[in-house]
Write a new protein. Structure first.
Length: 150
């Protein structure tokens, strides 16, 4: 395999770190700021983190991983469509504050809760998944409780 194992270890460790950063930042802001401001603080990192997942399609195409290309493409595409096709053009309008100026810092819309839902679901899922793969590739071994979560 050559360099594929160290590369995949680096990729998974980086992805775990980015997802943990997004998730922890979002949770920590829940008590200290308004909900629309969470989007403004987390979205730039989330955009990079989700965009990095495009490499997973390449990993599958090159057979660095066993994941089917079509399944991987559909999963990644659905998230890319959300973060680039909906969240990016409508930031400050339907989610987050700023933009058009119709929303105040205290005005929370349905899209703000939808963003929190996406962030929570993706964050928990991806921290478990990428952490699992990073531990597995590192040779340290995956704890039983982490295996159960996976």
């Amino acid at each position: 395999m050559g360099l594929s194992r160290p590369y995949l270890l680096l990729y998974n460790a980086l992805s775990f770190t980015l997802w943990a950063t997004c998730t922890i930042r979002g949770l920590s802001l829940l008590t200290s700021t308004s909900i629309p401001q969470i989007f403004n603080n987390v979205y730039p990192t989330l955009l990079i983190t989700q965009s990095l997942a495009l490499l997973e399609i390449l990993h599958s195409l090159l057979r660095l991983v066993r994941a089917p290309v079509l399944t991987t493409t559909m999963q990644v595409a659905s998230r890319i469509l959300l973060v680039w096709g909906i969240m990016y053009p409508f930031q400050g309008v339907i989610v987050g504050e700023g933009g058009v100026g119709e929303k105040s810092a205290l005005d929370v819309g349905l899209a703000d809760y939808a963003f929190l839902g996406c962030l929570s679901a993706w964050g928990v899922t991806e921290c478990i998944r990428y952490g699992f793969f990073a531990l597995q590739l590192s040779g340290v071994g995956v704890p039983g409780w982490w295996m159960w979560l996976r």
